[in-house]
Design a protein around this ligand. Sequence first.
Ligand code: PRX
Length: 636
Amino acid sequence: MAKKKSKSAKDANLYYPIDSIVQNANVKEYENLYKKSIKDVEGFWAEQANTLDWYKKWDKVLDDSKKPFYKWFKGAKTNIVQNAIDRHLKTWRRNKIAFIWEGEPGDVKVFSYHALNREVTKFANILKSMGVKKRDIVTIYMPQIPELAFAMLACAKIGAAHSVVYGGFSVEALAERIADAQSRVLVTADGGWRRGKVNDLKGIVNEAISRSPTIEACITVKRTGHEVFMENDRDFWYHDLASLPIANSKCETEVMDAEDMLFILYTSGTTGKPKGLVHTHGGYSVYTSTTHRMVFDIKDEDRWWCAADPGWITGHSYIVYAPLINGSTIMMYEGAPNHPYPNRWWQMVEKYGITILYTSPTAIRGLMRFGDQWPKRHDISSLRLLGSVGEPINPEAWKWYHSVIGDNKCPIMDTWWQTETGGFMITPLPITPLKPGSGTKPFFGIEADVVNEEGKTVKPGEEGKLIIKNPWPGMARTVMGDPKRYVDTYWKDYKEQGWYKAGDSARIDKDGYFWIIGRIDDVIKVSGYRLGTAEIESALVSHPQVAEAAAIALPHELKGNAIHAYVILKAGLVGDAALDKSLRDHVGHEMGPIAKPESITFVDSLPKTRSGKIMRRVLKARAQGLPEGDLSTIEE
Ligand code: PRX
């Protein structure tokens, strides 16, 4: 697929990989392999699954008898920990570094696979001693510290599911997710470091627990040492529990069905409360490890750094599970990229000899803004591959990343995927000629297309809806407790064809390259973080002075999108600067700082349809001075 070209070779609009990348790539060819994988999807995934350990292999690769509730590797027995830890202990990798972790203040911890197993086993026994059983859901709300990964793996090891809530979320967001998961046990920390300050997670937890009657026990890891309130008989310090005899390093990994739940992860949707998407042990293990190995060309000598937060799907799949299954050495960093100076990341790339860096366009734009002198201070020549995820990357940021960080020699893997998909769906391989801003082509076994309302493929270059035509092992199996919502959200629009609707608009160019444009529903991507307009609006309306609210996204140079809110106050109230601040702070307190609106406009009415739905597209068009489109259905 890749033509022979010299370093940084590019023609009019294609960037070709350098020779050494092509020669050493794990996957050396795309087109034929892709065709083969689509012709025999089950065969392709069976071949990948055979590279993993199983307690018992499957009777059937794909069971599609209850579409769209697909089942993968039916009849197989496994546990993701069997592949992420246990199998490595039997090989030389027992002594390989699994995690290198650096805290924001500069403290460092390193864990071999042997040490990782010890820590996970200890944590597993502690959870068991708290009464956690197979199929319980443990909520985890933590900063980016190694114990976050240990807690996730400990749950998996004993057959419990985890629900990780992003540490940047706040009281109501956490309470709502605990309530939906009906968690009895919560794992947290006394705080984490961010820009030199302590993020008071335990304070938020205490307030959230007061709204969460299901929580019986809360385990707190001491990270910052600042004073926190601990309630008798409910709150336990992790280090106290770890010193008890029960916290020993003997614990069998629970044998699970391939389709048993591994975790739920909440994600924002169009309406109401967030959806808990369910991922499973078997298919997810196969899908994440295969995509990671092939797309990022994983070699044993690599040092892999996915600079996302483990609290989002990117962290679940590509900080914790896939790299561990592939036996990689993983870098994990606690804090902000520009603290204390904008060279922090580059310093760590140099210090640890990072070979692959995977991050978001927002982070790239944020670091680019400080200028080339910061990365140029460091020897970052260990980098071999780069990656981008979470939002479309603008060509300017892509080119900076490619030339200044990648020295024109590191291909950029712009991976399109979602919480729902479990792993990469549209992505280059290291051998793929690249176009800045395009995720290029579908991964093996994935049939993607861009279609109109009727399901007809649109012409090259035309915008349409992104759909996936066939199932894949990493797909979310359902929305926890609400299978109808799963069907309605993803499978209803193209029911006849049986296609998955991604919720993004996209176009395909004449070379078959995919270009993601953005969300077509009421999901807002702020700095690559996924938020629902409904959640932001409900946080605003929970303020005593607000009657109604609408939130929209408008383009933002750094964050990709920023939130703008329109608020109708209760009768007789008048908006002013103090109320503006109070509302923004209130959203920050309920949802988290990332959800704080950039601006608030006080209005007397909102454009609505006759059925009472807020027409956010009208607000958006008006704010941007664009045509407002068809207004015939407007009521107010
Ligand atoms: O809009 C797409 C955008 O992020 C959405 C999924 O968000 P989330 O579930 O939080 O998962 C993010 C990390 C996988 C998608 O519907 N998105 C994700 N990756 C890209 C992207 N948009 C453009 N380019 C990408 N590479």
